[in-house]
Design a protein around this ligand. Structure first.
Ligand SMILES: Cc1cc2nc3c(=O)[nH]c(=O)nc-3n(C[C@H](O)[C@H](O)[C@H](O)COP(=O)(O)OP(=O)(O)OC[C@H]3O[C@@H](n4cnc5c(N)ncnc54)[C@H](O)[C@@H]3O)c2cc1C
Length: 386
């Protein structure tokens, strides 16, 4: 009889893990607390490492087809002057793919569709995980909010940054504020043929723009927590319109195009590095394992890598389940810590405030030769499926 995995969380990490395990003939149950499997209305950047992971899940071509390959990018100042450009052709030549941008909903729907023979239970909130409840270590048990318990040979915590699975077995884990609030939106622009994307740096504030395949733009706007974004959605939209009014096109135009309900505002947090990613028969993936600042656009990319690596480790024929999970941990731990650390540093650089420091930062960014910029991606993008 094939083994059974209980995956807690039906986001990108959870569904990718379900697909990866099904491809290795595991029985999979996904427990999702929301009434449906759904994603927020925003875009997501998928780098070549994520596309390789999607290839391993049999979904790479579909996502490349749905998304748009960003034709040009880099970092600008708030007036639109380029500080540094990413040569996307050179990036594609070096890493085998460009940068693909898709709507989150499309990515999730693609993963959902690939979850054939996976039991997805919605409105199923997990409260806790018990490792080795009867002292047998023969299975792991998750406890649902209504008291029901579900058993698996393996439990995968894919329940995001505020993970209940992690809370049960890693009680000392710490979620940290990055000191930044971000607003995300998708809107129309008057010049859809201008498909340049990338990040733009001001003083304390920064923004990112990414073109979607249908001509719209996904954008994010980040400001310090101390700037005091209003809680009310209408007031928050007016606040961001005012704050970014003098920024380069198409940011003011995008903000003018949307309704208050289309602006998603949340504080950016990350997870202090965990010492382990597994405990017995329980493993963590995605934001539950390594929520990171979004500045390298790697959170979901790493989650997709996790899914492929976890399924591959569990497919090994030697060792018991806990040993196979530890092999997953050995392959992932240093890598996810390094990418998270770099993401945090990138966020600090983007959010610098003082006039002198931002001027020095911009000059430095512009002085780095293109070849060096490209090589700096190696440590992040050079991942291949096992
Ligand atoms: C502003 C911003 C921009 C970003 N941009 C990018 C980008 O361009 N590229 C990129 O790769 N990454 C990006 N990221 C990171 C990316 O969004 C996350 O890393 C990714 O969504 C994590 O997916 P996940 O499935 O681990 O967690 P989540 O998306 O949080 O999913 C967790 C799921 O578990 C469910 N759940 C939670 N608790 C329970 C429970 N107790 N019981 C049952 N179900 C539960 C939730 O309802 C949810 O469906 C960005 C993040 C932010 C904040």
């Amino acid at each position: 009889m094939s083994e059974h995995a209980v995956v807690v969380g039906g986001g990108i990490a959870g569904l990718a893990t379900a697909v990866a395990l099904r491809r290795r003939s595991w029985q999979v149950t996904v427990l999702e607390r929301k009434p449906s499997v759904s994603e927020i209305g925003a875009g997501i950047t998928l780098w070549p490492n994520a596309l390789r992971a999607l290839d391993a899940l049999g979904l790479g071509e579909r996502i490349r087809h749905l998304g748009l390959v960003q034709a040009a990018g880099g970092i600008r100042d708030s007036h639109g002057r380029w500080l540094t450009r990413t040569d996307t052709d050179a990036l594609a030549a070096r890493f085998g793919d460009g940068i693909v941008i898709v709507e989150r909903g499309e990515l999730l729907a693609t993963l959902r569709e690939a979850c054939r023979d996976v039991r997805i239970r919605t409105s199923s909130e997990v409260r806790a995980v018990e490792r080795d409840p009867a002292g047998r270590d023969s299975d792991a048990v998750v406890r649902l909010g209504d008291g029901e318990s579900v058993r698996g040979d393996v439990v995968v915590g894919a329940d995001g940054v505020w993970s209940a699975v992690r809370g049960s077995l890693w009680p000392r884990a710490r979620v940290r504020s990055t000191g930044t609030v971000a607003a995300r939106l998708i809107g129309h622009v008057s010049e859809p043929e201008d498909v340049r994307g990338g990040e733009s740096w001001g003083r304390g504030d920064y923004a990112g723009i990414a073109p979607l395949a249908d001509g719209r733009r996904y954008a994010y706007l980040a400001v310090p927590v101390s700037a005091g974004v209003p809680d009310d959605p209408g007031e928050a939209l007016a606040w961001f319109r005012h704050r970014f009014a003098s920024w380069h096109a198409p940011l003011p135009e995008l903000l003018a195009d949307i309704e208050p309900s289309q602006l998603l505002v949340n504080e950016l947090v990350d997870l202090a590095p965990l010492p382990t990613l597994t405990r017995g028969r329980v493993a963590l993936v995605g934001d539950a394992a390594h929520a990171m600042a979004p500045n390298l656009g790697q959170g979901a990319c790493q989650a997709l890598e996790d899914a492929v690596e976890l399924a591959s480790a569990l497919a090994a024929t030697d060792g018991d389940t806990a040993e196979r999970l530890r092999a997953y941990e050995r392959r992932r731990l240093r890598r996810v810590h390094r990418v998270a650390r770099r993401s945090r540093s990138a966020g600090i650089a983007a959010g610098l405030r003082g006039r002198a420091t931002t001027t020095a930062r911009n000059v430095l960014a512009g002085a780095v030769p293109g070849a060096l910029t490209l090589r700096a991606f190696d440590a992040t993008l050079d991942w291949t499926p096992p």
